[in-house]
Design a protein around this ligand. Structure first.
Ligand code: NI
Length: 254
């Protein structure tokens, strides 16, 4: 079994006391590659450091829309410098969040545009965070085409899904698809072609059903893969192979 956790945050303090163990447990479950996602400038620095330290780990660098109200000048340039480091495979997570609005949309937009520009300049794929912002996300990304994007922790309706697939974007699902109330997500997951699907934990967040309230970790991609195999009525091997191939190609992994 060879699986990839394409989105997690092992740079967070939640993992400070047992990071080695967490990565070891992931390997025991067949999760052989881990993409650690930068969500702030400081987090992106740590993400790059972790990728230098652990062979199986790769980094993305980016600033989450939640941070948009607290951006210091020159942040996009700092991200650009970090993006040139070894084992940095994408810009992200970046995007728009009109659901929680921890930062004002007025500040989220220029931050998103500046980081999208960095991705274009360096010819790197992007990891998109979108909540309740599909109109703006699609409008901006259509203008930025051609660009390689994955829509992480997919939420939305079948129309948004269809538009993302039409643009050639990958769709990534977390363990929240296992939640009792997630019928809507399961219906979408059923119709996504395997060639467009990635798996992720978004650890430490979004532990699967049965583990809710606990810290999530990359090893749980195994459970997610089994869940997806069941739902789509295909062999676990096929889910593992296709999602791993997609991840390797998208992030240009070795
Ligand atoms: Ni995330």
């Amino acid at each position: 079994m060879f699986l990839v956790d394409t989105h997690c945050h092992l740079d967070f303090p939640e993992f400070d006391h047992d990071r080695d163990e967490v990565i070891r447990r992931a390997h025991l479950e067949g999760v052989e590659r881990i993409i650690n996602i930068g969500s702030s400038l400081e987090g992106s620095r740590r993400s790059v450091e972790l990728a230098q330290k652990y062979d199986s780990l790769y980094a993305t660098v980016g600033i989450h829309p939640h941070e948009a109200d607290h951006i210091v000048q020159g942040s996009a340039d700092s991200i650009k410098k970090l993006a040139r480091q070894n084992k940095v495979v994408a810009i992200g997570e970046i995007g728009l969040d009109y659901f929680k609005q921890f930062s004002s949309p007025k500040n989220q937009l220029p931050l998103f545009l500046s980081l999208l520009k960095v991705a274009k300049e360096l010819d790197l794929p992007i990891v998109i965070h979108s909540r309740d912002a599909k109109e703006d996300i699609l409008r901006i990304l259509k203008e930025a085409m051609p660009i390689k994007a994955v829509v992480h922790c997919f939420s939305g309706d079948s129309k948004f899904l269809e538009e993302c697939l039409d643009l050639g974007f990958l769709i990534s699902f977390t363990c929240n698809v296992t939640y009792k109330k997630a019928d809507n997500l399961r219906e979408l997951l059923k119709i996504i072609p395997l060639r467009s699907l990635l798996l992720e934990t978004d650890a430490p967040y979004l532990s699967p059903e049965g583990f809710r309230g606990k810290r999530n970790e990359p090893a749980q991609v195994r459970l997610l893969a089994e869940f997806v195999a069941n739902l789509k009525k295909v062999e676990l091997e096929e889910i593992a192979n296709s999602t791993t191939e997609n991840a390797k190609k998208f992030f240009n992994l070795i």
